[in-house]
Design a protein around this ligand. Sequence first.
Ligand SMILES: NC(=O)c1ccc[n+]([C@@H]2O[C@H](COP(=O)([O-])OP(=O)(O)OC[C@H]3O[C@@H](n4cnc5c(N)ncnc54)[C@H](OP(=O)(O)O)[C@@H]3O)[C@@H](O)[C@H]2O)c1
Length: 468
Amino acid sequence: MSRTTLRGMTTALRVGLLGCGNVGGALAHLLVDDAERIAARTGIELQLAAVAVRSLSRERDAPIPPGVLTTDAGAVVSDPDVDVVVEVIGGIEPARTLILTALKGGKPVVTANKELLANCGSELFEAASTAGVDLLFEAAVAGAIPLIRPLRESLAGERIQRVMGIVNGTTNFILTRMSEAGASYHDALAEAQSLGYAERDPTADVEGFDAAAKAAILANVAFGARVVAGDVYREGISAITPQDIAVAHKLGYTVKLLAVVEHSDETADAAEAVAVRVHPAMVPSTHPLASVRDSFNAVFVEGDAVGQLMFLGRGAGGMPTASAVLGDLLDAAHDLTTGGLGRTVTLRRTTIRPIDDLRSAYYLTLEVADRPGVLHAVSGVLGKHQVSIQLMEQEGLSAVYAHGYSSGGPSPGSGAGSGEGIGGGESGARLVFVTHPAYERDVQACLGELRHLDVVHQIGGLLRVIGP
Ligand SMILES: NC(=O)c1ccc[n+]([C@@H]2O[C@H](COP(=O)([O-])OP(=O)(O)OC[C@H]3O[C@@H](n4cnc5c(N)ncnc54)[C@H](OP(=O)(O)O)[C@@H]3O)[C@@H](O)[C@H]2O)c1
């Protein structure tokens, strides 16, 4: 290992950078442009020793020192002159093999790769632990926001009850536009794409896959739970309508896509159980998460001793993400030079609660026939499955179709509008329910039965409601 002490107290470390795209390019800027300031502040001189990319001919504005660019990422990892490896290629392979090789070779690794960690975290953490070197990944969840380090270090002894976050900036931007400008989902998505917040194929963001990967990593770090992305219950935002958002506002809520990881104490094996899910939810407008707008991320942590904490900031973007990578690099450099033991995560086998076991309040809309006995039939189904109603509103649908939804809305118990309705000429009404806390399995059983009632024309939105 080629660590040398330069200029008195400054320690020089050579960085092997795998990937020089959005994040890697921004990191190269920080390492080269801010080298003196970083060394003066930390006593660590980080030198960009090797940079692996896919294409040598691609134009780059990153300040890459001459002679360090290569397409041979394997050679960077095994280069004896590289002390610490940064992986910002993304995806599973070759990133997984490169990281394992570096760790086995005794080199600390910093990665921003949520997809890899959410699928192969346990293998990588074990490799780091066996080698006794750092595997650090602050940038993998919520980009720039210092979250992994506080969870792993500051809150190491805390009994965490719940971690609940807005961890995808694209969906938060879309929901903000729907909420504040009354945009449709498709218009808000198109705007996000035109601003570069959403990919041309937005599936990973809007269907919650990206947030689910981050939820799995949060479960690893906050609970030491062996959870992978595929274990996470997942719903996206593509079915959210402007009506859902308008009704939520009227009721004092804001709709957010949440990643939720919580301790579940409803099994005999309580200490070993967690619930992990991603879905849109109605958040009370007074809750700190409700005020997180645009593409910002925020994570709300609740613990027995610490109470409530919130972390807020940029969840993506080359520079913000590179800032988190740089912090990890300095930690890894510090550990290397002081002989600190490898920082990694220890996972244990965990029971993952199925979504059916979730107990929550629910928001539900139904489009129904506007005729006597409908409410009785619907509430009978809810009551049969122990789902009790906290709030109910009714609105004539013919008015909705003619004039669009009015967030001024109906008064509770008002009659349906007249005129042509849904269901072949029969006038219709929309029923909006908020339930008391109920089990998901009971709510789903209700939906199954309501679908077969002839007075129910359509099941509208179903959203979980977060408590105050
Ligand atoms: N972008 C963000 O805001 C953000 C935020 C948080 C986390 N992350 C994570 O950070 C990682 C990098 O994201 P990014 O946005 O920087 O990606 P990116 O812009 O697509 O950059 C990927 C880089 O990897 C290089 N590369 C691809 N395959 C390679 C291979 N086989 N060998 C060597 N180099 C290879 C590419 O080379 P070429 O330049 O030659 O194509 C490119 O420089 C991902 O894991 C991502 O999830 C990103």
